[in-house]
Ligand binder design. Structure first.
Ligand SMILES: NC(=O)c1ccc[n+]([C@@H]2O[C@H](COP(=O)([O-])OP(=O)(O)OC[C@H]3O[C@@H](n4cnc5c(N)ncnc54)[C@H](OP(=O)(O)O)[C@@H]3O)[C@@H](O)[C@H]2O)c1
Ligand SMILES: *[C@@H]1O[C@H](CO)[C@@H](O)[C@H](O)[C@H]1NC(C)=O
Ligand SMILES: *[C@@H]1O[C@H](CO)[C@@H](O)[C@H](O)[C@H]1NC(C)=O
Ligand SMILES: *[C@@H]1O[C@H](CO)[C@@H](O)[C@H](O)[C@H]1NC(C)=O
Ligand SMILES: *[C@@H]1O[C@H](CO)[C@@H](O)[C@H](O)[C@H]1NC(C)=O
Ligand SMILES: *[C@@H]1O[C@H](CO)[C@@H](O)[C@H](O)[C@H]1NC(C)=O
Length: 361
């Protein structure tokens, strides 16, 4: 283990303390609210299962499994979610950036579910070009497999916590592009297929309680392009911010679909898994991340990926009338997200501002 220089530097940074103090407080606040709500209200019903029905394929006579696309499915929450949805009868499309991890993931899931229907695509979510290529090859795959051109479930799960500033080939901050911009672009590219589903379809975004800490920084997407590479990369703030953007966007899409009378057909559900033992802290020096996990585990706040993924599954399988609600805490429980995230004006501005990503693809 050993305390190295990187760890000392990190402990001396403001961002580290922001993460070490504000994030646990935000989490405790969420659980406190959830438990208070339970005291005053009748117990919310446990997971209301959205039955996984089979979709007729293009040949008409046969039936096929609904299709679910999961990004970042090779590790942590994405992997646990993929496994659970295979169990629910979905044909799961795993989108990941590394061919080897995708292969390993398939092997792992097939050990448990021999009959699993799995397909993999290699996509790097920090590249717009790669996302566009993914959509094209996915469509081609549907065509080649004689499957109906539709998607029933999209789970934007991939995300990183970058601790140093890196600019992508598209000129954006890598963390913003992976956590937010790629979800915007992928969602808009896939929306025609999601709308084309004969069954109610759904988009689930994996956000985080850390969005509660995000301040109302002016959201200028261009600001993240060619940012001055400062040595003090405000990584904790940017992570919180990317999750807030995802929420603003989710609610905006929900409002837009509702205006088109499509909200019962396509539901939009942001979900927060809480704190989960995954590889998310991979860029944090290991002595610090291990310490963090130990403390969280001591406080009974740390969940396994399977337990954390249960919120995602709740969101994925909930009845279609819960569109636009924020899932947190597992067992089908829901609560409000930060008031900033419901700011419709900011959301519609952000919506307009993101058109620059789409112009770029
Ligand atoms: N863990 C928590 O406590 C927690 C709490 C709240 C929210 N979340 C959110 O949950 C989501 C899943 O995170 P996790 O905790 O499961 O972390 P994780 O174990 O690090 O998994 C992240 C996944 O995203 C993939 N990914 C990262 N960058 C990518 C890129 N450029 N292109 C394609 N795939 C990429 C990773 O692929 P590789 O395996 O190839 O690296 C990995 O499969 C994230 O959005 C995270 O913000 C996590
Ligand atoms: C939607 O499905 C129909 C077949 O049911 C197909 O002809 C059409 O091209 C599909 N639309 C899109 C956008 O894929
Ligand atoms: C997911 O996020 C994308 C990008 O921010 C957005 O277009 C979509 O509306 C969101 N959907 C949900 C379910 O949160
Ligand atoms: C949108 O972009 C403009 C300028 O590019 C910026 O002034 C504004 O704050 C941004 N708003 C949001 C909500 O992103
Ligand atoms: C949505 O439905 C309402 C009432 O059912 C109707 O008045 C309205 O015109 C519809 N809007 C669209 C965009 O179809
Ligand atoms: C959603 O529909 C179910 C029945 O399908 C009903 O029991 C539940 O109360 C509804 N929930 C909301 C929020 O309307």
């Amino acid at each position: 283990m050993g305390i190295d220089r990187a760890a000392i530097e990190m402990v001396l940074s403001f961002q580290f303390w922001r993460m070490a103090i504000l994030w646990p407080l935000a989490l405790l606040y969420c659980y406190a609210r959830l438990n208070l709500a339970a005291l005053f209200r009748r117990r919310t019903s446990p997971r209301e299962h959205f039955r996984c029905r089979l979709v007729p394929d293009s040949a008409g006579g046969n039936f096929r499994r609904p299709i679910c696309i999961i990004t970042g499915a090779t590790s942590g929450l994405g992997l646990a979610t993929a496994r659970a949805l295979v169990g629910e009868g979905y044909h799961v499309v795993l989108a990941g950036r590394c061919a080897e991890s995708l292969y390993r993931t398939i092997q792992e899931i097939k050990q448990e579910y021999e009959e699993a229907h799995l397909t993999t695509f290699q996509v790097d979510l920090s590249s717009l070009q790669s996302v566009v290529k993914f959509e094209a090859s996915f469509k081609q795959w549907l065509l080649d497999s004689d499957l109906h051109p539709s998607v029933q479930l999209l789970i934007n799960n991939a995300g990183i916590l970058a601790t140093s500033s890196r600019i992508t080939a598209d000129g954006y901050d890598q963390m913003i592009q992976t956590n937010f911009i790629s979800a915007v672009v992928l969602t808009s590219l896939l929306l025609p297929l999601i709308k084309n589903s004969s069954l109610p379809s759904r988009i689930v975004n994996v956000t985080s309680f850390t969005h509660l800490c995000a301040s109302n920084m002016k959201i200028d997407c261009k600001k993240f392009s060619r940012n001055t590479i400062s040595e003090k990369y405000p990584f904790a703030s940017i992570y919180e911010y990317s999750k807030l953007c995802l929420l603003l966007f989710s609610y905006e899409l929900h409002r837009r679909l509702r205006a088109e009378n499509l909200s019962s057909k396509i539901s939009i559900i942001p979900v927060d898994p809480g704190v989960v033992h995954t590889n998310i802290l991979r860029e944090v020096p290991s002595c610090l991340s291990q310490l963090a996990f130990r403390v969280l585990s001591f406080l009974h706040l740390l969940q396994s990926p399977e337990a954390g993924a249960s919120s995602i599954i709740d969101a994925a399988l909930a009845p279609s009338n819960v569109s636009g609600e924020y899932f947190f805490g597992g067992r089908g429980r829901r609560m409000g997200s930060s008031s900033l995230s419901y700011d419709a004006k900011a959301a519609s501005q952000l919506w307009l501002n993101t058109s620059i990503f789409e112009e770029q693809v």
